[in-house]
Design a protein around this ligand. Structure first.
Ligand SMILES: Nc1ncnc2c1ncn2[C@@H]1O[C@H](COP(=O)(O)OP(=O)(O)OP(=O)(O)O)[C@@H](O)[C@H]1O
Ligand SMILES: [Mg+2]
Length: 358
């Protein structure tokens, strides 16, 4: 049984369904990210788990115990909110001590626990500062210490790093993951940044309009997206929409909806590829290889329309029958650089192509 189990969770506000029968499971000590566009219901899910909002339907349990009827303060859940909301008039130490005081812990124990929590987030020596005397990253760490000091059974982090600039954010991502592993605390992290979710998570739950679209490891989500929404949300993907005209062996003639035919690679045993069947082919930019000569006559022909050079990588926009496909190439020592207007061939293998139906 998973440590956190969210089963069949639904919620409406004023007749507007915000969560639509959500199921999420998180193993003990694991780090799960909820990823999805603005308004898809991430914060609402977290608020219900923390007990600040009541679900219309569904059950939440932690470590096998149903917590639906427990008020927030009895759930032992630590939450860092979207705006991390430190108490501005209190010092760092007082902010961190707050939850322990509410739990009526003795003064000497509070002092010890606060010191430990601040050491964990590397803020020893900052006890007497006020939040406004701290950088964004430091405030973030105070909020994290405040959530961890009560030794919660579950840690909920809502867009906790979004306010930080890029460098600090990357540093905090690493620290957060180190602290999370050190404490071994089961964590649910909300973000709408796919790269952040990939970096931090054991598993990612992709949400859209109040539903979980896919849940899996970062690799599963990236390599085996279930639909074009996931494929386009996690990284970039090229989509070719059309119908299989004729499959023969490891090739198929593919009629694009927008007009034109392509010969594309297919797995001979793939039962989804059948004559007459409409499909969407999804191909990642870095999985396409460009060549100038088509010796084996197996490539798809195109013309380079635009090039973005970023040192180690070049991104090419290649026009193929009225479609612009994005192709990314490593600029290795022996890599060939192409120029705008070059006629090229695009090659990819069946295993680097995902077949989707929606
Ligand atoms: N208390 C409320 N009353 C009415 N509608 C609400 C309430 N809280 C949230 N909503 C609505 O529910 C939907 C989901 O909101 P939620 O805050 O969960 O989104 P989110 O995924 O966290 O988005 P973001 O990435 O912008 O933070 C939104 O359409 C929002 O307007
Ligand atoms: Mg939110």
């Amino acid at each position: 049984m998973a440590y956190l189990e969210i089963k069949n969770l639904s919620k409406s506000f004023h007749g507007n369904q915000v969560l639509d029968h959500i199921d999420i499971e998180v193993e003990k000590g694991a780090f799960l990210s909820l990823l999805g566009p603005s308004g898809c219901g991430k914060t609402t899910t977290m608020r219900i788990v923390a007990g600040f909002e009541r679900q219309d339907e569904g059950t939440i349990s932690i470590d096998g115990k149903v917590i639906d009827r427990l008020p927030a303060y009895k759930r032992n859940v630590g939450m860092v909110f979207q705006s991390y909301a430190l108490f501005p008039h209190m010092t760092v130490a007082q902010n961190v001590a707050y939850g322990l005081e509410q739990r009526k812990m003795s003064r000497s124990d509070i002092r010890k626990e606060v010191a430990k929590a601040l050491e964990m987030v590397r803020l020893t020596g900052y006890e007497n500062r006020k939040p406004k005397q701290l950088s964004g990253g430091q405030q973030q760490r105070v909020a994290l210490a405040r959530a961890l000091v009560i030794k919660p059974s579950l840690l909920l982090l809502d867009e906790s790093l979004s306010a930080l600039d890029k460098n600090l954010r990357t540093a905090m991502q690493i620290e957060l993951r180190m602290i999370q592993k050190e404490v071994g605390i089961t964590t649910v992290f909300v973000t709408h940044d796919q790269e952040e979710a990939m970096t931090l998570s054991d598993r990612i739950a992709v949400m859209k309009e109040g539903k979980i679209v896919q849940i899996g490891s970062p690799q599963e989500i990236y390599e085996k997206p279930v639909n074009t929404f996931v494929a386009g949300f996690i990284g970039h993907s090229n989509f070719l929409k059309g119908t299989v005209l004729e499959k023969s062996g490891d090739k198929a003639v593919f009629q694009l909806d927008s007009g034109g035919k392509l010969v594309v690679p297919v797995e001979p045993s793939d039962s989804r590829v059948q004559n007459g069947k409409p499909l969407i082919l999804s191909i990642r930019p870095e999985r396409i290889r460009l060549t100038q000569d088509d010796f084996a006559n197996t490539g798809v022909k195109g013309t380079i329309k635009f090039i973005t050079y970023v040192g180690s990588l070049s991104t090419y926009l290649v026009e193929v029958m009225g479609h612009e496909l994005k192709v990314q190439q490593q600029n290795d020592a022996d890599a060939r650089a192409f120029r705008q207007g070059d006629e090229v061939c695009l090659h990819w293998s069946a295993e680097n192509q995902t077949i989707l139906t929606e």
